[in-house]
Design a protein around this ligand. Structure first.
Ligand code: C2O
Ligand code: CU
Length: 465
């Protein structure tokens, strides 16, 4: 893992603040305010909320099948939880405040204890007041290693955060801002990889890198390409692709991940870059300075990663569910029933639709099947082992990143069955059908991972019994 000044300073501070538990520091994850140097030093540090003192947190790296036990210590000024994004986890450990556990109050603790069944690139973040807590920096990678990892020279995790900073490099508030909630979400003005605006790494010519990319932004869709790096996408959202795809331009929605295996093709003295493509060009999210030669000959393409064991789909005998996505700016939604705003405590349901104006006064802008916020009843109650198909119709003027907890799903359509994922981007006006084997019992959230949209009502849930 790359070293970070902020990590060292923060970890030392966290240990100092908790006398007597220094020896337990490896078995805890502490969320607390911290200072982090995410902008060039002349601007000074930024006040953030961090896991174990760093943004992103140093995170965890474990072997597939490991039982993880981590005591979550909440030293934030407000209640929080940890959601282990993409892990097919025991429902009680899923970390959703108000659905799978009570939020952990400030000063309190919660023991997360679960097994990681799948190898791959995952991450964790709070699931209470998620928009604000993630935007303040509470994100960290969770890497699960294959028993037989692919042959690479270096394994590099790159967690991308999108910050909205003011002129003093401090995080801007306004999390209730209706413009963000009803448009593209909370977009920042400063991107970092591993907490640095200009991440530098030394590599060699023809060195083979595994890049684990994590989009931990609150709302930004990333378009990533390589300059002087060439290779393949070998996994999406942790799950290996049956056939690695050439890495050209990779679109990563909020919460999505990709594992790349790339070779450094830039020559000695010419840096290689991971580029974030923007409307007006692009810029380097990470720079790889090429010094020295790893091998003279180029290498053959990487073989696929060993597969994770997902239950096969039974598409012929599946349960069909329809999900209509409505609302937002320029969406024409005039009314919706009001659900619970569970993350902020139980709100009032409304049996009848309430006018849009009134929803907006309550911070709501979106509805799924006519309900803005968490509905009382699940979208579907599936029996364990059943295949569920959800046809999502995006009747809004905005893209959305729909994420299902506790399972991975496949996009299904004319062209067959796509790779397993936990989050899918749906363009405005687009219809996307997903299918998954409902084999993990419990109550599972299904929501937009553009966190301002989620906060503004774009969430529902499913139950597997
Ligand atoms: Cu990454 Cu419901 O969350
Ligand atoms: Cu959305």
């Amino acid at each position: 893992m790359p070293t970070r000044r902020a990590l060292l300073a923060g970890a030392a501070a966290a240990i100092a603040a908790r006398p007597g538990v220094a020896g337990l520091s490896e078995t805890t994850v502490t969320a607390a305010p911290a200072m982090a140097q995410i902008v060039p030093a002349e601007y000074g540090p930024t006040a953030v909320w961090a896991y174990d003192g760093a943004v992103p947190g140093a995170g965890l790296r474990v072997a597939q099948g490991t039982r993880i036990q981590r005591r979550f210590v909440n030293d934030l000024p407000e209640a929080s939880t940890i959601h282990w994004h993409g892990i097919r986890i025991d429902n009680a450990m899923d970390g959703v405040a108000g659905l799978t556990q009570a939020a952990v109050p400030p000063g309190d603790e919660f023991l997360y204890d679960f097994v990681v069944p799948d190898a791959g690139t995952y991450w964790y973040h709070p699931h209470r007041n998620t928009l604000e807590q993630v935007s303040r920096g509470l994100t960290a990678p969770l890497i699960v290693e294959e028993a037989e990892p692919p042959e690479v020279d270096r394994d590099i995790v790159l967690t991308v955060n999108d910050w909205r900073l003011d002129e003093n490099a401090q995080i801007m508030g306004g999390f209730g801002n209706m413009h963000d909630r009803s448009h593209a979400g909370r977009l920042g003005n400063y991107l970092t990889a591993n907490g640095e605006g200009d991440l530098q790494q030394d590599v060699k010519w023809h060195e083979r890198l595994r890049l684990r990319l994590i989009n931990a932004a609150s709302g930004r869709i990333l378009r990533l390409s390589g300059l002087g790096l060439s290779g393949h996408i070998v996994a999406l959202d942790g799950m290996p692709l049956k056939v690695p795809e050439p890495f050209g331009v990779l679109v990563l929605g909020p919460a999505q991940r990709a594992d790349l295996i790339v070779d450094v093709t830039a020559e000695v003295g010419t840096p290689a870059h991971l580029v974030s493509e923007e409307r007006d060009g692009g810029y380097a999210l990470a720079t790889f300075n090429v010094a020295g030669v790893a091998s003279v000959a180029p290498r053959p393409a990487p073989p696929p990663l060993p597969p994770n064991r997902l239950a096969p789909l039974d598409l012929g005998d599946a349960r069909h569910v329809e999900l209509r996505m409505e609302g937002g700016a320029m969406g024409g939604m005039t009314a919706a029933r009001r659900g619970m705003r569970h993350e902020d405590g139980m709100g009032a349901h409304s049996a009848d639709p309430v006018p849009m104006r009134q929803l907006v006064q309550n911070g709501l802008a979106w509805a799924l099947n006519g309900v803005a916020g968490m509905p009382e009843d699940p979208l579907v109650e599936a029996s364990r082992g059943e295949t569920v198909r959800v046809r999502m119709v995006n009747d809004t003027a905005w893209p959305h990143a729909m994420h299902l907890h506790g399972h991975h799903f496949h996009v299904v359509g004319e062209s067959g069955q796509g790779p397993a994922r936990d989050t899918v981007l749906i363009d405005r006006g687009q219809t996307v059908e997903i299918a998954f084997a409902a084999d993990n019992p419990g109550s599972w959230m299904f929501h937009c991972h553009m966190l301002a949209h989620q906060a503004a009502g774009m969430m529902t849930w499913m139950r597997v019994v």
